[in-house]
Design a protein around this ligand. Sequence first.
Ligand code: SAH
Length: 390
Amino acid sequence: MERAIVKGSPAQMLNHPWVYSGNLVECKAEKGASVEVYSKSGVFLGSAIYNPESSIALRFYSRKRDKLDYYAIKERIILADGKRKRYFTEPYYRIVFSESDMLPGLIIDRYGNGFVLQINSYGMEIRRSEIVKALYDVFQPDFIVERSSGYSRRLEGLKENSGVLMNESGLDLTRVIVAEGGLKYYVDLLKGQKTGFYYDQRRNREIIENYISGGIVMDLFSYVGAFTLRALRKANKVFAVDISEESITLLKENVKFNGFSEDRIIVEVKDAFDFLEEVGSLKLKFDFIIMDPPSFAKRGRDVESAIASYIELVSKGIDILENKGQMAIFSCSNYIKWEHFASVLQRGTRSTGRSFSILDYMYQDFRDHRVPTNFPEAEYLRGYIIKEDI
Ligand code: SAH
């Protein structure tokens, strides 16, 4: 393997999986190659994949002298599954979460005995066939789908890439079933968002369900209705709004699939901000409002505008919140920290003249969306439940 020389404190470099391009002193390897990383003073720091075109020049996948070949990938997949499966009685969870599993830039979600992968780094891009072979040899899966898209791919100089890599089962991959919390969901693994289903919200769905008791619930940014169905078990009526028509179609199918009466659900395909304006003038009020928008801050420099959007959601949400109502709001960007989000609540509630308290904090289900203590960047999902006091 070629060598890379980096500057900076070896102790720090040993304790974080990235080296930024500004800290790279020398590396003659090809893009995507595995390299042995050394400090300027000659301390060996580990093995990493190299991308000269990314601001993250080196991504460590081992602290030893290891290649990242079929065997190494297979071993890491087995380890990653072993870390998780004890927590889940059913095979629906994220099995590989990138740096958290020493497979930087690779995400794999599990749908029964099928898998959806998302490749976010050049190093993984050129190892696709080893990844697929390793997954195949470990699980003999029914299907493997790739859904590689999104901002982080662009930062690595990669284009979108989606498709069915194998489907020996012949299953209809636009209607794959996920089981969670005693409910069943159809998800579309070919055209749905991200890798198909948001496993990261699993525990928050339970938390929110426990706070709902009768009344009318609003599920804004509903996607295929994961929160909606939870709410249907506890509330009298549920509204669901999403900008994507495909998502709302699936949501309606999911309502039926679980045997809920369609009279208790009202759906709308609409921009959430427009919806809040319109419903505000109708004087309709909700007892519980859930807002789980897409990431508003993909880069550090988006933080201010993201905060402004969250403030708008909170204050407009409160306009349609019943007296003593509850509201859950999420952010799924690592750049929006708890202190930003606390300030969103403070500023978003201020103009309303009503007083609210925090009932709960929420975060990604850490059991499968693991956060290594030396990689706080892996923590990205944050949420609050607030309630009007009087
Ligand atoms: N709560 C869902 C996940 C929500 S993902 C769950 O737990 O499964 C975010 C959703 O917001 C996506 O379904 C996307 O279609 C929708 N969305 C994005 N922009 C929107 C907008 N401006 N208005 C309404 N929905 C939007």
